[in-house]
Design a protein around this ligand. Structure first.
Ligand code: FNR
Length: 442
Protein backbone atom coordinates (compact mmCIF):
# COMPACT_ATOMS: atom_id res chain seq x y z
CA UNK A 1 0.00 0.00 0.00
CA UNK A 2 1.35 3.44 -0.88
CA UNK A 3 1.86 5.73 2.06
CA UNK A 4 2.11 9.49 2.20
CA UNK A 5 5.01 11.33 3.74
CA UNK A 6 4.11 12.16 7.32
CA UNK A 7 3.72 15.79 8.35
CA UNK A 8 3.82 17.11 4.78
CA UNK A 9 0.62 19.11 4.21
CA UNK A 10 0.72 18.28 0.52
CA UNK A 11 0.97 14.59 1.28
CA UNK A 12 -2.75 13.94 1.60
CA UNK A 13 -3.55 15.56 -1.76
CA UNK A 14 -5.07 13.16 -4.21
CA UNK A 15 -5.57 10.55 -1.49
CA UNK A 16 -9.01 9.55 -2.76
CA UNK A 17 -7.92 9.00 -6.35
CA UNK A 18 -4.83 7.06 -5.24
CA UNK A 19 -6.85 4.91 -2.87
CA UNK A 20 -9.60 4.11 -5.37
CA UNK A 21 -7.02 3.36 -8.03
CA UNK A 22 -5.08 1.01 -5.71
CA UNK A 23 -8.20 -0.84 -4.64
CA UNK A 24 -9.67 -1.27 -8.14
CA UNK A 25 -6.31 -2.23 -9.71
CA UNK A 26 -5.66 -4.83 -7.02
CA UNK A 27 -9.17 -6.10 -7.71
CA UNK A 28 -8.20 -6.90 -11.30
CA UNK A 29 -5.76 -9.45 -9.85
CA UNK A 30 -8.46 -10.75 -7.56
CA UNK A 31 -7.20 -9.01 -4.40
CA UNK A 32 -9.77 -7.48 -2.08
CA UNK A 33 -9.02 -4.84 0.58
CA UNK A 34 -7.61 -6.22 3.86
CA UNK A 35 -10.41 -4.68 5.89
CA UNK A 36 -14.07 -4.21 4.93
CA UNK A 37 -14.85 -0.71 3.67
CA UNK A 38 -18.38 -0.59 5.07
CA UNK A 39 -18.31 0.39 8.79
CA UNK A 40 -20.82 -2.26 9.86
CA UNK A 41 -18.99 -4.95 7.90
CA UNK A 42 -15.74 -3.76 9.51
CA UNK A 43 -17.24 -4.25 12.96
CA UNK A 44 -18.63 -7.65 11.98
CA UNK A 45 -15.22 -8.77 10.68
CA UNK A 46 -13.61 -7.63 13.95
CA UNK A 47 -16.16 -9.62 15.92
CA UNK A 48 -15.00 -12.71 14.03
CA UNK A 49 -11.30 -11.93 14.41
CA UNK A 50 -11.33 -11.12 18.13
CA UNK A 51 -12.02 -13.12 21.28
CA UNK A 52 -15.48 -12.55 22.71
CA UNK A 53 -13.91 -10.65 25.64
CA UNK A 54 -11.85 -8.39 23.36
CA UNK A 55 -14.79 -7.62 21.10
CA UNK A 56 -17.05 -6.89 24.07
CA UNK A 57 -14.46 -4.53 25.56
CA UNK A 58 -13.91 -2.61 22.33
CA UNK A 59 -17.41 -2.55 20.85
CA UNK A 60 -19.40 -2.29 24.06
CA UNK A 61 -20.90 0.75 25.72
CA UNK A 62 -22.63 1.69 28.94
CA UNK A 63 -26.04 0.37 29.96
CA UNK A 64 -28.39 -0.44 27.09
CA UNK A 65 -26.03 1.41 24.72
CA UNK A 66 -28.52 4.17 23.98
CA UNK A 67 -25.71 6.74 23.94
CA UNK A 68 -23.83 4.79 21.29
CA UNK A 69 -26.98 4.69 19.15
CA UNK A 70 -27.65 8.39 19.80
CA UNK A 71 -24.10 9.30 18.74
CA UNK A 72 -24.80 7.74 15.37
CA UNK A 73 -28.39 9.00 15.08
CA UNK A 74 -27.21 12.60 15.64
CA UNK A 75 -25.53 12.46 12.22
CA UNK A 76 -28.92 11.80 10.60
CA UNK A 77 -29.98 15.37 11.40
CA UNK A 78 -27.46 16.74 8.94
CA UNK A 79 -27.19 16.28 5.21
CA UNK A 80 -24.34 17.36 2.96
CA UNK A 81 -25.59 19.99 0.52
CA UNK A 82 -23.56 19.66 -2.71
CA UNK A 83 -22.65 22.61 -4.94
CA UNK A 84 -21.40 21.44 -8.35
CA UNK A 85 -19.70 23.48 -11.07
CA UNK A 86 -16.91 24.74 -8.86
CA UNK A 87 -13.35 23.82 -9.75
CA UNK A 88 -12.39 21.22 -7.15
CA UNK A 89 -9.56 19.57 -9.08
CA UNK A 90 -6.99 20.48 -6.42
CA UNK A 91 -8.04 19.88 -2.85
CA UNK A 92 -6.14 20.50 0.36
CA UNK A 93 -7.05 18.60 3.52
CA UNK A 94 -4.53 20.31 5.78
CA UNK A 95 -5.39 22.22 8.95
CA UNK A 96 -3.60 24.21 11.65
CA UNK A 97 -3.66 22.32 14.92
CA UNK A 98 -1.57 22.83 18.05
CA UNK A 99 0.83 25.21 16.39
CA UNK A 100 1.57 23.14 13.32
CA UNK A 101 0.20 22.63 9.85
CA UNK A 102 -1.14 19.03 9.70
CA UNK A 103 -1.72 17.14 6.46
CA UNK A 104 -5.20 16.02 7.52
CA UNK A 105 -7.91 17.07 9.99
CA UNK A 106 -7.99 13.55 11.46
CA UNK A 107 -6.29 12.22 14.56
CA UNK A 108 -6.46 9.01 16.54
CA UNK A 109 -8.43 8.94 19.78
CA UNK A 110 -6.74 7.26 22.75
CA UNK A 111 -7.80 3.62 23.00
CA UNK A 112 -6.54 1.59 25.94
CA UNK A 113 -5.65 -2.10 26.10
CA UNK A 114 -5.05 -2.53 22.37
CA UNK A 115 -3.15 -5.76 23.13
CA UNK A 116 -6.63 -7.28 23.22
CA UNK A 117 -6.87 -6.57 19.49
CA UNK A 118 -3.27 -7.37 18.47
CA UNK A 119 0.03 -8.19 20.18
CA UNK A 120 1.74 -5.17 18.55
CA UNK A 121 -1.00 -2.94 19.96
CA UNK A 122 0.08 0.70 20.31
CA UNK A 123 3.29 0.16 18.36
CA UNK A 124 1.34 -0.93 15.28
CA UNK A 125 -1.10 1.95 15.70
CA UNK A 126 1.74 4.47 16.13
CA UNK A 127 3.37 3.33 12.88
CA UNK A 128 0.12 3.37 10.91
CA UNK A 129 -0.82 6.84 12.18
CA UNK A 130 2.64 8.22 11.40
CA UNK A 131 2.53 6.85 7.86
CA UNK A 132 -0.52 9.04 7.19
CA UNK A 133 0.66 12.09 9.12
CA UNK A 134 -2.12 11.78 11.70
CA UNK A 135 -1.40 12.61 15.36
CA UNK A 136 -1.85 9.61 17.64
CA UNK A 137 -3.16 10.14 21.16
CA UNK A 138 -1.39 7.60 23.37
CA UNK A 139 -3.66 6.18 26.03
CA UNK A 140 -2.78 6.23 29.70
CA UNK A 141 -4.01 2.63 29.62
CA UNK A 142 -1.85 1.58 26.72
CA UNK A 143 -0.25 -1.82 26.35
CA UNK A 144 3.24 -0.40 25.78
CA UNK A 145 5.06 2.45 27.55
CA UNK A 146 4.87 5.78 25.70
CA UNK A 147 8.64 5.70 25.12
CA UNK A 148 8.24 2.47 23.10
CA UNK A 149 5.57 4.06 20.92
CA UNK A 150 7.96 6.97 20.29
CA UNK A 151 10.70 4.56 19.24
CA UNK A 152 8.31 2.61 17.01
CA UNK A 153 7.39 5.71 14.97
CA UNK A 154 9.93 8.45 15.68
CA UNK A 155 8.61 10.75 12.93
CA UNK A 156 5.03 10.45 14.13
CA UNK A 157 3.18 13.14 16.00
CA UNK A 158 1.96 12.03 19.44
CA UNK A 159 -0.24 13.43 22.20
CA UNK A 160 -0.47 11.84 25.64
CA UNK A 161 -3.81 11.19 27.33
CA UNK A 162 -3.88 11.32 31.12
CA UNK A 163 -6.39 9.80 33.49
CA UNK A 164 -6.00 12.03 36.51
CA UNK A 165 -4.68 9.68 39.15
CA UNK A 166 -5.28 9.83 42.88
CA UNK A 167 -1.49 10.36 43.18
CA UNK A 168 -0.27 13.81 42.12
CA UNK A 169 3.31 12.54 42.06
CA UNK A 170 2.25 9.92 39.53
CA UNK A 171 0.40 12.52 37.39
CA UNK A 172 3.45 14.75 37.37
CA UNK A 173 5.73 11.85 36.50
CA UNK A 174 3.55 10.71 33.58
CA UNK A 175 3.46 14.24 32.18
CA UNK A 176 7.23 14.61 32.55
CA UNK A 177 7.69 11.39 30.59
CA UNK A 178 5.24 12.54 27.91
CA UNK A 179 7.22 15.74 27.42
CA UNK A 180 10.58 13.92 27.45
CA UNK A 181 9.40 11.35 24.90
CA UNK A 182 8.28 14.00 22.42
CA UNK A 183 4.53 14.23 22.90
CA UNK A 184 3.13 17.52 21.58
CA UNK A 185 0.23 17.95 23.97
CA UNK A 186 -1.53 16.51 26.99
CA UNK A 187 -5.13 15.37 26.77
CA UNK A 188 -6.78 15.08 30.17
CA UNK A 189 -9.81 12.81 30.07
CA UNK A 190 -12.52 14.04 32.42
CA UNK A 191 -15.34 11.55 31.90
CA UNK A 192 -13.87 8.42 33.49
CA UNK A 193 -13.51 9.40 37.14
CA UNK A 194 -15.68 6.33 37.74
CA UNK A 195 -15.73 3.32 35.43
CA UNK A 196 -18.95 3.27 33.37
CA UNK A 197 -21.56 0.51 33.77
CA UNK A 198 -20.23 -1.58 30.89
CA UNK A 199 -22.91 -4.15 30.26
CA UNK A 200 -21.00 -6.49 27.96
CA UNK A 201 -17.89 -6.59 30.17
CA UNK A 202 -19.98 -7.14 33.29
CA UNK A 203 -21.84 -10.01 31.62
CA UNK A 204 -18.54 -11.72 30.79
CA UNK A 205 -17.11 -10.76 34.22
CA UNK A 206 -14.06 -9.46 32.35
CA UNK A 207 -12.06 -6.31 32.98
CA UNK A 208 -8.65 -6.43 31.25
CA UNK A 209 -6.84 -4.40 33.94
CA UNK A 210 -7.54 -7.07 36.54
CA UNK A 211 -5.54 -9.42 34.28
CA UNK A 212 -2.57 -7.08 34.17
CA UNK A 213 -3.42 -5.72 30.70
CA UNK A 214 -3.40 -2.02 29.81
CA UNK A 215 -1.17 -0.95 32.69
CA UNK A 216 2.17 -0.57 30.87
CA UNK A 217 2.34 3.23 31.33
CA UNK A 218 2.09 2.56 35.06
CA UNK A 219 4.44 -0.41 35.52
CA UNK A 220 7.10 1.50 33.55
CA UNK A 221 6.78 4.58 35.75
CA UNK A 222 9.26 5.15 38.59
CA UNK A 223 6.68 6.81 40.86
CA UNK A 224 4.18 4.01 40.31
CA UNK A 225 6.88 1.42 40.96
CA UNK A 226 7.59 3.13 44.26
CA UNK A 227 3.88 3.07 45.17
CA UNK A 228 3.80 -0.67 44.47
CA UNK A 229 6.87 -1.36 46.60
CA UNK A 230 5.35 0.65 49.45
CA UNK A 231 2.12 -1.30 49.14
CA UNK A 232 3.99 -4.58 49.43
CA UNK A 233 5.97 -3.28 52.40
CA UNK A 234 3.10 -1.77 54.37
CA UNK A 235 0.04 -3.58 52.98
CA UNK A 236 -2.90 -1.88 51.24
CA UNK A 237 -4.15 1.48 52.44
CA UNK A 238 -6.18 0.86 55.61
CA UNK A 239 -9.01 2.98 54.18
CA UNK A 240 -9.20 0.85 51.02
CA UNK A 241 -11.93 -1.78 50.75
CA UNK A 242 -10.44 -5.28 51.01
CA UNK A 243 -10.51 -7.13 47.67
CA UNK A 244 -12.77 -10.21 47.67
CA UNK A 245 -10.78 -13.48 47.47
CA UNK A 246 -10.25 -15.09 44.03
CA UNK A 247 -11.26 -18.79 43.72
CA UNK A 248 -8.36 -20.93 42.52
CA UNK A 249 -9.33 -22.34 39.10
CA UNK A 250 -7.26 -23.05 35.95
CA UNK A 251 -8.41 -19.68 34.58
CA UNK A 252 -7.23 -17.93 37.74
CA UNK A 253 -3.82 -19.61 37.40
CA UNK A 254 -3.56 -18.50 33.74
CA UNK A 255 -4.46 -14.95 34.81
CA UNK A 256 -1.77 -15.15 37.51
CA UNK A 257 0.86 -16.08 34.94
CA UNK A 258 -0.17 -13.20 32.71
CA UNK A 259 -0.04 -10.77 35.61
CA UNK A 260 3.44 -12.05 36.53
CA UNK A 261 4.60 -11.49 32.95
CA UNK A 262 3.14 -7.99 32.86
CA UNK A 263 4.71 -7.20 36.21
CA UNK A 264 8.20 -8.16 35.09
CA UNK A 265 9.27 -4.47 34.69
CA UNK A 266 8.76 -4.19 38.45
CA UNK A 267 10.71 -7.26 39.45
CA UNK A 268 13.44 -6.76 36.86
CA UNK A 269 13.54 -10.55 36.59
CA UNK A 270 12.24 -13.38 34.43
CA UNK A 271 8.84 -15.04 34.59
CA UNK A 272 9.85 -17.63 37.20
CA UNK A 273 10.97 -14.96 39.68
CA UNK A 274 8.02 -12.73 38.81
CA UNK A 275 5.64 -15.60 39.63
CA UNK A 276 7.12 -15.78 43.12
CA UNK A 277 7.20 -12.02 43.64
CA UNK A 278 4.27 -10.16 45.26
CA UNK A 279 5.01 -7.10 43.10
CA UNK A 280 3.03 -7.94 39.92
CA UNK A 281 -0.21 -8.64 41.82
CA UNK A 282 0.40 -5.54 43.93
CA UNK A 283 0.85 -3.54 40.71
CA UNK A 284 -2.64 -4.50 39.52
CA UNK A 285 -4.14 -3.64 42.90
CA UNK A 286 -2.25 -0.35 43.10
CA UNK A 287 -3.43 0.52 39.59
CA UNK A 288 -7.04 -0.19 40.50
CA UNK A 289 -6.67 2.05 43.58
CA UNK A 290 -4.99 5.04 41.95
CA UNK A 291 -5.88 5.12 38.25
CA UNK A 292 -8.61 7.71 38.68
CA UNK A 293 -10.14 9.95 41.27
CA UNK A 294 -13.80 11.00 41.51
CA UNK A 295 -12.67 13.95 43.64
CA UNK A 296 -11.14 15.90 40.73
CA UNK A 297 -12.39 19.50 40.39
CA UNK A 298 -11.63 22.50 38.19
CA UNK A 299 -9.43 23.94 40.95
CA UNK A 300 -7.33 20.76 41.23
CA UNK A 301 -6.97 20.64 37.46
CA UNK A 302 -4.99 23.87 37.56
CA UNK A 303 -2.06 21.92 39.03
CA UNK A 304 -1.39 20.36 35.63
CA UNK A 305 0.08 23.66 34.45
CA UNK A 306 2.91 23.32 36.93
CA UNK A 307 3.65 19.78 35.76
CA UNK A 308 4.06 20.47 32.05
CA UNK A 309 4.75 23.20 29.57
CA UNK A 310 2.88 21.31 26.83
CA UNK A 311 -0.53 22.48 25.60
CA UNK A 312 -3.39 20.94 27.61
CA UNK A 313 -6.67 19.74 26.07
CA UNK A 314 -9.70 18.66 28.09
CA UNK A 315 -11.42 15.53 26.73
CA UNK A 316 -14.98 14.75 27.69
CA UNK A 317 -16.47 18.24 27.41
CA UNK A 318 -20.14 17.97 26.39
CA UNK A 319 -21.71 21.03 28.04
CA UNK A 320 -21.27 24.54 26.60
CA UNK A 321 -20.83 25.94 30.14
CA UNK A 322 -17.88 23.61 30.67
CA UNK A 323 -16.43 24.73 27.34
CA UNK A 324 -16.66 28.34 28.56
CA UNK A 325 -15.07 27.32 31.85
CA UNK A 326 -12.24 25.62 29.93
CA UNK A 327 -11.59 28.88 28.07
CA UNK A 328 -11.55 30.78 31.37
CA UNK A 329 -9.26 28.17 32.91
CA UNK A 330 -6.70 28.93 30.22
CA UNK A 331 -6.38 25.44 28.78
CA UNK A 332 -5.36 25.07 25.16
CA UNK A 333 -8.22 23.08 23.68
CA UNK A 334 -11.40 21.12 24.30
CA UNK A 335 -12.24 17.65 23.04
CA UNK A 336 -15.96 17.04 22.67
CA UNK A 337 -16.48 13.38 23.54
CA UNK A 338 -18.76 11.08 25.51
CA UNK A 339 -16.16 8.31 25.40
CA UNK A 340 -18.03 6.63 22.58
CA UNK A 341 -21.03 6.00 24.83
CA UNK A 342 -18.98 3.88 27.23
CA UNK A 343 -19.53 5.95 30.35
CA UNK A 344 -23.13 7.17 30.73
CA UNK A 345 -26.09 5.61 29.05
CA UNK A 346 -28.78 8.04 27.88
CA UNK A 347 -26.09 10.72 27.58
CA UNK A 348 -26.22 13.64 25.17
CA UNK A 349 -24.82 12.69 21.75
CA UNK A 350 -21.70 14.67 20.95
CA UNK A 351 -22.70 15.93 17.49
CA UNK A 352 -25.87 17.48 18.94
CA UNK A 353 -23.85 19.64 21.34
CA UNK A 354 -20.93 20.41 19.04
CA UNK A 355 -22.35 23.60 17.41
CA UNK A 356 -23.12 25.25 20.76
CA UNK A 357 -19.70 24.37 22.14
CA UNK A 358 -18.01 25.73 19.01
CA UNK A 359 -19.99 28.94 19.42
CA UNK A 360 -18.97 29.32 23.08
CA UNK A 361 -15.31 28.67 22.31
CA UNK A 362 -15.53 31.29 19.58
CA UNK A 363 -12.32 30.29 17.83
CA UNK A 364 -10.20 30.92 20.93
CA UNK A 365 -8.91 27.34 21.00
CA UNK A 366 -9.23 24.17 18.95
CA UNK A 367 -12.27 21.93 19.36
CA UNK A 368 -11.59 18.24 18.74
CA UNK A 369 -14.60 16.01 18.10
CA UNK A 370 -15.23 12.29 18.58
CA UNK A 371 -17.85 9.64 19.35
CA UNK A 372 -19.63 7.96 16.48
CA UNK A 373 -17.40 8.92 13.54
CA UNK A 374 -17.40 5.95 11.17
CA UNK A 375 -16.46 7.41 7.80
CA UNK A 376 -15.23 10.43 5.89
CA UNK A 377 -18.69 11.89 5.41
CA UNK A 378 -19.20 11.87 9.20
CA UNK A 379 -15.89 13.69 9.63
CA UNK A 380 -17.02 16.21 7.00
CA UNK A 381 -20.23 16.93 8.93
CA UNK A 382 -18.34 17.45 12.20
CA UNK A 383 -15.87 19.79 10.48
CA UNK A 384 -18.73 21.69 8.86
CA UNK A 385 -20.27 22.15 12.32
CA UNK A 386 -17.06 23.77 13.47
CA UNK A 387 -14.79 21.02 14.79
CA UNK A 388 -11.12 21.85 14.25
CA UNK A 389 -10.12 18.18 14.05
CA UNK A 390 -11.92 14.86 14.21
CA UNK A 391 -10.77 11.81 16.15
CA UNK A 392 -11.25 8.23 15.00
CA UNK A 393 -11.79 5.59 17.68
CA UNK A 394 -13.28 2.09 17.42
CA UNK A 395 -12.84 1.71 13.62
CA UNK A 396 -9.04 1.66 13.92
CA UNK A 397 -9.20 -0.88 16.75
CA UNK A 398 -11.25 -3.09 14.43
CA UNK A 399 -8.64 -2.69 11.69
CA UNK A 400 -5.93 -3.60 14.21
CA UNK A 401 -7.77 -6.74 15.25
CA UNK A 402 -8.35 -7.84 11.66
CA UNK A 403 -4.96 -7.08 10.06
CA UNK A 404 -2.57 -5.43 12.54
CA UNK A 405 -0.69 -2.31 11.47
CA UNK A 406 -1.77 -2.66 7.82
CA UNK A 407 -5.39 -2.94 8.96
CA UNK A 408 -5.17 0.28 10.98
CA UNK A 409 -3.57 2.06 8.03
CA UNK A 410 -6.30 0.91 5.66
CA UNK A 411 -9.09 2.00 7.98
CA UNK A 412 -7.56 5.46 8.43
CA UNK A 413 -6.76 5.81 4.75
CA UNK A 414 -10.33 4.89 3.83
CA UNK A 415 -11.80 7.51 6.16
CA UNK A 416 -9.41 10.09 4.73
CA UNK A 417 -10.17 9.14 1.13
CA UNK A 418 -13.92 9.40 1.72
CA UNK A 419 -13.43 12.78 3.40
CA UNK A 420 -11.46 14.01 0.38
CA UNK A 421 -14.18 12.81 -1.99
CA UNK A 422 -16.93 14.41 0.11
CA UNK A 423 -14.98 17.66 0.13
CA UNK A 424 -14.67 17.69 -3.64
CA UNK A 425 -18.15 16.42 -4.47
CA UNK A 426 -19.75 18.96 -2.17
CA UNK A 427 -17.90 21.74 -4.02
CA UNK A 428 -15.07 22.60 -1.65
CA UNK A 429 -11.31 22.62 -2.00
CA UNK A 430 -10.07 23.23 1.56
CA UNK A 431 -11.20 22.22 5.02
CA UNK A 432 -11.27 25.89 5.99
CA UNK A 433 -13.96 26.51 3.32
CA UNK A 434 -16.32 24.00 4.87
CA UNK A 435 -18.88 25.65 7.11
CA UNK A 436 -22.48 25.31 8.18
CA UNK A 437 -23.65 26.29 4.68
CA UNK A 438 -22.23 22.97 3.44
CA UNK A 439 -25.02 21.24 5.35
CA UNK A 440 -28.82 21.13 5.42
CA UNK A 441 -30.48 20.47 8.77
CA UNK A 442 -33.26 17.89 8.56
C1 FNR B 1 -11.70 4.23 24.56
N1 FNR B 1 -11.66 5.58 24.90
C2 FNR B 1 -10.64 6.04 25.70
N2 FNR B 1 -10.56 7.37 25.99
C3 FNR B 1 -9.55 7.84 26.75
O1 FNR B 1 -9.48 9.04 26.98
N3 FNR B 1 -8.59 6.97 27.23
C4 FNR B 1 -8.62 5.64 26.98
O2 FNR B 1 -7.75 4.90 27.42
C5 FNR B 1 -9.69 5.14 26.22
N4 FNR B 1 -9.78 3.81 25.95
C6 FNR B 1 -10.75 3.34 25.10
C7 FNR B 1 -10.76 2.00 24.75
C8 FNR B 1 -11.68 1.53 23.85
C9 FNR B 1 -11.66 0.09 23.45
C10 FNR B 1 -12.64 2.41 23.29
C11 FNR B 1 -13.64 1.94 22.27
C12 FNR B 1 -12.64 3.74 23.64
C13 FNR B 1 -12.59 6.54 24.27
C14 FNR B 1 -12.03 7.03 22.94
O3 FNR B 1 -10.90 7.85 23.12
C15 FNR B 1 -13.06 7.82 22.12
O4 FNR B 1 -13.57 8.87 22.90
C16 FNR B 1 -14.21 6.93 21.63
O5 FNR B 1 -13.68 5.73 21.12
C17 FNR B 1 -15.04 7.63 20.58
O6 FNR B 1 -16.14 6.86 20.23
P1 FNR B 1 -16.18 5.96 18.87
O7 FNR B 1 -16.14 6.92 17.73
O8 FNR B 1 -15.02 5.05 18.91
O9 FNR B 1 -17.47 5.23 18.97
Amino acid sequence: MATVAPQDPAAARGISRRTQSEIYRAGISGTRPLVPIDPDALEAAARKALSSEAFAYIAGGAGAEHTMAANRAAFDRWQVWPRPLRDVSTRDLSIDFLGRRRPTPLLLAPLGVMEMAHADADLAVARAAASLGMPYTLSNQASFPMEDAATAAPAGSRLFQLYWSASDELNASLLRRAEASGCEAIVITLDTHLLGWRTRDLALAYLPFTRGMGIAQYTSDPVFQQLVRERVRTGPDAAAEPAPPVKLTPKAVAAGVRIARKGAPLTGAGLRESLRSPLPRAAVETFLDVFSTPALTWDALAKARAWTSLPILLKGIVHPDDASRAVDAGVDGVWVSNHGGRQIDQSVPTLAVLPEIVERVGGRMPVVFDSGVRGGADAFVALALGATAVAIGRPYAYGLGIAGEAGVREVLRNVLAELDITLGLSGHTTIGDVGRDALREV
